[in-house]
Design a protein around this ligand. Structure first.
Ligand code: BG6
Length: 520
């Protein structure tokens, strides 16, 4: 007899089975001594190996300048894994088998000889596929991307492959440029040596389960898709909040600010998944076409509209969860008169058939009260008759909240009758939690992204026109800020939800921010 879980199993759609088979592959990490390698890339590869998800055989080569042997690099990685692995303690048997596949190539990024050495290491592998299926992960400064691609091309490890399944691929980290012009220049450099199909631009938000679930939720459920438009939705709020300050990253942050660090990539990616049209298939190009179309439908703002619809902020000293936080201007490596924004809130309008007239309110910031990212779909209120006529503005309009992190899940909020003789109503919630439903298994975004890049599936990576369109949006807004110092109303105390100007953005439209709530 079938119990419910068996039935679920039978009904489960096995979309993943149609994926391309993953071939044995050599992964070369440039910037192998860096933070990203130790914190994210090696832990992700170790977990993929532990789950048997990596193709066999596989090899990982670290390419960096520092003097090291294979063994000393392995020891360093072992220590880093003990600190950064999402599962502890380490499985020493898995680690031993994994470490045997890890090599180090000591070389300078600008030195031809280093690439020859890399080539001979790859050629020494005794499996043909390991010599041909090559994934180059550029975890370096973007200014070095072009140079690395050129060197790889020169020694014959990277060819521009025009068609078919690509076997030589480049994965590039963010930031992809610092504005439209630099992103275009970077793209132009890379496409000299690699076809667009060989370039995998990372936005780690796309590796998050909950972000991928936005499309599953929208396009595998008939009931919600019917409501997903201007007829039923009053407005949408997207919050990507962080309770950390900039800490030791002041040097980087001074060059970036929240707009370039978070909005240009993560926030606009979430927006495009929430608002895009259904793609004609789940193929990478079809999904990415729709995301680009959505980004292109965002209404451009004049200087006056931007002054009204975009709020920037910077944190003052304050407290987050009882812990004192310095002002941004007092953080290490930050200019004491800096006008860099640590918070952005804005109202965007999307000029297409589905969303005409529906505002999208976005906000992100550092030193906010909670680290929480969510999308709140706020539906239109019920007609002003019956209960609504009696309760007036106290009757809560329905909302659907996609909790991206933490407490991953979805909440539907609607009104219910409080038991008793009096006709009293109040909002109640239906909650879906990933943890309760699927257990605590939450793979790191990098696990999924590395596996997709190894498989050659670009769906979760940013295409050239996508990155450029997103820069266009951000650059236009930033150009109105140029040289304008922050005004008093643009500062906020660390530990609050941004400057009051961000609240005004909604109250002037007769709406209010609904702040993420810690879940019990
Ligand atoms: C990074 C930004 O891309 O994303 C950081 O550079 C930010 O400033 C981080 O803290 C947020 O990622 P997550 O996965 O912690 O939400």
């Amino acid at each position: 007899m079938n119990d419910l879980s068996n039935l679920d199993e039978l009904l489960a759609s096995r979309a993943a089975e149609t994926r391309r088979t993953i071939e044995p592959c050599t992964v070369v990490i440039f910037g192998a001594s860096g933070d990203l390698t130790a914190r994210k890339l090696i832990p992700a590869l170790y977990h993929l190996a532990m789950e048997g998800a990596l193709p066999l055989p596989y090899r990982i080569i670290g390419f960096a300048r520092r003097e090291k042997t294979d063994d000393t690099w392995r020891e360093e990685l072992h220590t880093a894994l003990q600190q950064f692995s999402r599962t502890k303690p380490l499985n020493e048997d898995v680690w031993k088998a994994f470490a045997a596949n890890v090599h180090y190539c000591q070389a300078d990024i600008s030195d031809d000889a280093g690439y020859e050495k890399l080539k001979s290491t790859i050629q020494s592998f005794d499996n043909d596929k390991l010599k041909k299926n090559l994934l180059f992960y550029l975890a370096t400064n973007p200014s070095q991307f072009g140079e690395i691609a050129e060197h790889l091309n020169r020694v014959g490890l990277l060819h521009k492959e025009e068609g078919g399944i690509t076997t030589e691929r480049l994965v590039v980290e963010k930031p992809f440029g610092h504005d439209l012009a630099s992103a275009k220049a970077l793209n132009a450099e890379l496409i000299r040596f690699a076809h667009e199909r060989q370039i995998f631009r990372i936005d780690h938000y796309l590796g998050k389960e909950t972000v991928q679930n936005i499309l599953t939720f929208r396009f595998s459920n008939g009931i919600f898709e019917h409501l997903w438009n201007r007829d039923s939705i009053d407005h949408v709020q997207i919050t990507v909040g962080e309770k950390i300050g900039v800490g030791s990253r002041g040097g980087y942050y001074e060059e970036s600010g929240a707009m370039r660090d978070m909005v240009q990539n993560h926030v606009l990616q979430v927006l495009s998944l929430v608002a895009m049209e259904p793609p004609v298939s789940l193929e990478a190009e079809n999904v990415r076409d729709e995301k680009v179309k959505l980004l292109k439908s965002i209404r451009a703002m004049s200087a006056a509209e931007s002054a009204k619809n975009v709020v920037r902020g910077q944190y003052f000293a304050g407290e987050v969860e009882g812990e004192a936080r310095p002002a941004y201007r007092s953080e290490p490596k930050v200019n004491a008169k800096s006008n860099v924004e640590t918070f952005v809130a804005m109202k965007l309008l999307i000029d297409n058939w589905r969303w005409s007239g529906v505002p999208f309110y976005l906000r992100t910031g550092k030193n906010l009260p909670l680290s929480a990212s969510e999308v709140r779909i706020q539906f239109k209120p019920a007609p002003n008759i019956l209960f609504a006529a009696k309760s007036g503005t106290k009757l809560d309009p329905n909302s659907l909240t996609l909790r991206l992190q933490p407490d991953e899940g979805i909440t539907l909020r609607f009104n219910g009758k409080v038991p008793g003789a009096a006709m009293e109503l109040r909002p109640v919630r239906m909650r879906f939690s990933y943890d309760t439903e699927f257990g605590a298994y939450t793979p790191e975004a990098y696990e999924r992204l590395l596996l997709e890049a190894i498989a050659g599936d670009a769906t979760l990576f940013i295409r050239r026109d996508e990155v450029e369109t997103a820069w266009g949006i951000v650059d236009a807004i930033r150009s109105f800020w140029a040289d304008k110092p922050l005004t008093n109303r643009e500062f906020y105390l660390a530990g609050t939800w941004g400057p009051t100007a961000a609240d005004d953005l909604l109250t002037s439209d007769g709406r209010e921010w609904r702040n993420p709530q810690p879940q019990k």
